[in-house]
Design a protein around this ligand. Structure first.
Ligand code: ADP
Length: 660
């Protein structure tokens, strides 16, 4: 009997597992790092134990500390979630030795599928096709280069220990091979302590299609259909759906059976995913097996009506699967969109406080998140804010629902990929189901954040500032400065800086409403409702709903029609800002978008560089980011050397633009 389960994870997946525990009448126990002491997964648990400092290596990855916590808190089982220790065979073995049920596969199956090279061999033995390539033991540069020539270009260099896109490099021509090999080895060595690589032919325009399987400890294995995860950036999934628009019923059966064969060959038990790439001609190749619950498992739950976490728990408790393959049926269509704290164009992660997080509600909408308003996204962990999962009777209905839900999503305080998700949902190619792994790049879905704040947003911000002052007055704390603003019938100047632009407005209260003048026109608005984080105004009889929050620095954050705006009140001109403006003339400093480590400096001081030329490689949040020249120029200063730690915002290089 399981009465308490310890969840060895954080964020949305810990919250997801806690919810399943609650439904089953099982007590959830949390663990947390120093950075997560007040995190949502801790707030929702029955008991919780600290397991170390913020870096995962010193907390969520410390198997002994987690097992000790489980024993101290009286748990009989551990759910590892995904990431962290979920695919760590040694940890699964430690659980077994400590008498704790590991809610996942046996350590032997994790080991068998742990290395991509070993997994490829199991697939081949099970009669499942793999991508043609080289996965031999000889890892010498010469052999790999010769094998690369044999495989042909383009190809992929992949780390056997790889995951999350790390240690993977695409090579389009022989001349690039040596550098790609070095990069893949370096990244894999740093991330996994194993630099073994293999080569695969690069399949053109492939789809990523994966099959969910479930296996019990009595030898029963079923598949739960596919998830199509082709919309990716940096080889990482952004949007997933089920069913795949590319699969026929016959192909679904074929791929499902192949996945079950792989699972059986690996001695698999519990929930797992067999990943394939599917060529445009319908040929499919085994990629790898993920021996854990996947991030995108909810789409399968919505189309099968099954709860994968509850089934995982039942399987770990020794129960047989409650249905056979014939008992699995599919209904409707589900789509998941991953909301990340990241720049929608550069894909660089953003960190900081979520000033407002109000996910959409309504029919067919599910949101799994580990963050509420006021919570922080830190540099230590994955920057995913939430998963938005929608379902509908068919794909078209699911897309309509996705658009509606994305429009309703209020998230303020951090740069997010919401504009990118909206652009994908609107894209004709996506609507047509014409997706492949190069979709985002090929479709040029750049989702640039709006260049300038529209007058409606400026006017709403001006009203908010005025009325916020008024509400403080009711609380009895009004300053003489504010009273000047409130004077009815008088034009009150108010200015905001959005990006680099400063806007001067005149606000005048007139009767029931406000008239806001801006450069180029004026807008009349009436306030319909004003709440803690919400302002609804009528503009020419149409209601406009704004979501509002303030960040720690005092900037006003405004959400409107799916876009987010940051409006700062300009600081008075100082000697410092004048000095900077002068200094910046004709050149620029490229600053670190976040804290990290400089891996490589590719240029030297005095060097002439071309626009787009790679300058530096920075490692941050465990990924490598190449800083390229935004324009042609001469390198004036390089304050850091390879190996240096750099703070977020630090100037990495000073580049003087060429004349014209
Ligand atoms: P990781 O485990 O690091 O995520 P995968 O092997 O699962 O790496 O591959 C990640 C993604 O890279 C796939 O979803 C697919 O988009 C792409 N990919 C992998 N192998 C190939 C290949 N041989 N040809 C084309 N694309 C590939």
């Amino acid at each position: 009997m399981l009465t308490r389960i310890l969840i060895a994870n954080r964020g949305e997946i810990a919250v997801r597992v806690i919810r399943a525990c609650r439904e089953l009448g099982i007590s959830p126990a949390a663990v947390y790092s120093a950075a997560d002491a007040g995190a949502l997964h801790v707030r929702l648990a029955d008991v919780a134990a600290p397991v170390g400092p913020a870096p995962a290596a010193q907390s969520y990855l410390r198997g002994e500390a987690i097992i000790a916590a489980a024993q101290r808190l009286g748990a009989q089982a551990i759910h590892p979630g995904y990431g962290f220790l979920s695919e760590n065979a040694a940890f699964a073995r430690m659980c077994r030795e400590a008498g704790l049920a590991f809610i996942g596969p046996p350590p032997e199956a994790i080991e068998a599928m742990g290395g991509k090279i070993g997994a490829r061999r199991i697939a081949v033995a099970a009669g499942v096709p793999v991508v043609p390539g080289y996965d031999g033991a000889d890892q010498s540069d010469a052999t790999l280069a010769a094998e690369a020539a044999r495989v042909g270009f383009p190809l992929l260099v992949k780390a056997s220990a790889g995951g999350g896109g790390k240690g993977m490099r695409a090579v389009s021509a022989p001349g690039e091979f040596a550098a790609a090999l070095e990069g893949a080895r370096r990244e894999a060595g740093a991330a996994f302590g194993d630099a073994t690589v293999f080569l695969e032919r690069y399949i053109q325009r492939p789809r990523h299609v994966e099959i969910q399987i479930l296996a019990d400890s009595h030898g029963n294995i079923v598949h739960l259909g596919e998830r199509e995860c082709s919309i990716q950036r940096r080889h990482q999934k952004v949007i997933e759906e089920s069913p795949s628009p590319a699969l026929t019923p016959a192909l679904r059966v074929k791929m499902g059976e192949a996945a079950v064969r792989v699972a059986r060959a690996a001695g698999y038990v519990n929930a797992g995913t067999v990943e394939f790439i599917l060529g445009p001609d319908g040929s499919f190749y085994f990629l790898e097996m993920n021996t854990r619950l996947q991030v995108e498992h909810p789409v399968t739950e919505l189309v099968t009506g099954l709860d994968l976490v509850r089934l995982q728990i039942a399987i770990a408790a020794g129960a047989p699967l409650p249905f056979t393959q014939e008992g699995v049926s599919f209904r409707g269509h589900a789509i998941e969109a991953r909301l990340y704290a990241e720049d929608p164009v550069s894909f660089l992660p953003a960190v900081g406080r979520l000033a407002l997080h109000e996910p959409p509600l309504g029919p067919g909408v599910r949101v799994d998140s580990g963050l509420a308003s006021g919570d922080e996204v830190t540099v230590h962990y994955d920057p995913m804010i939430a998963k938005l999962i929608v379902s509908g009777a068919d794909r078209a209905a699911a897309i309509e629902r996705l658009r509606r839900a994305l429009d309703d999503y209020a998230v303020l305080g951090l740069t997010t990929n919401l504009p990118l998700l909206r652009a994908v949902a609107e894209s004709p190619a996506f609507v047509a189901g014409d997706t492949h792994t190069g979709f985002l790049a090929e479709q040029r879905i750049h989702a640039t954040p709006p260049a300038a704040a529209p007058p409606e947003a400026l006017a709403a911000a001006a009203i908010w500032e005025q009325e916020a002052g008024g509400r403080r007055q009711e609380a009895g704390a009004r300053s003489p400065f504010e009273s000047r603003w409130r004077a009815g019938g008088v034009d009150v100047p108010i200015s905001f800086t959005v990006g680099k632009e400063t806007h001067l407005l005149q606000a005048r209260q007139s009767g029931e409403g406000w008239s806001i003048a801006y450069a180029g026109g004026h807008i009349d608005l009436t306030i319909i409702a004003i709440r803690d984080s919400e302002l609804v105004v009528a503009i020419r009889d149409t209601l406009e709903r704004f979501r509002v929050a303030r960040d720690a620095a005092g900037d006003l954050l405004l959400g409107w029609r799916g876009e987010a705006y940051r409006l700062a009140r300009p600081a008075p001109l100082s000697a410092d800002s004048v000095g900077r403006a002068g200094h910046g003339h004709g050149g620029a400093s490229l600053s670190a978008p976040m804290p990290g480590t400089l891996i490589t400096v590719l240029v030297s001081a005095g060097e002439q560089v071309a626009e787009g030329q790679p300058l530096l490689v920075l490692e941050a949040m465990k990924m490598e980011h190449t800083v390229v020249a935004p324009y042609a120029g001469v390198v004036r200063r390089l304050p850091f050397a390879a190996g240096d730690s750099v703070a977020g915002g630090a100037d990495l290089i000073e580049l003087e633009a060429d004349e014209d």
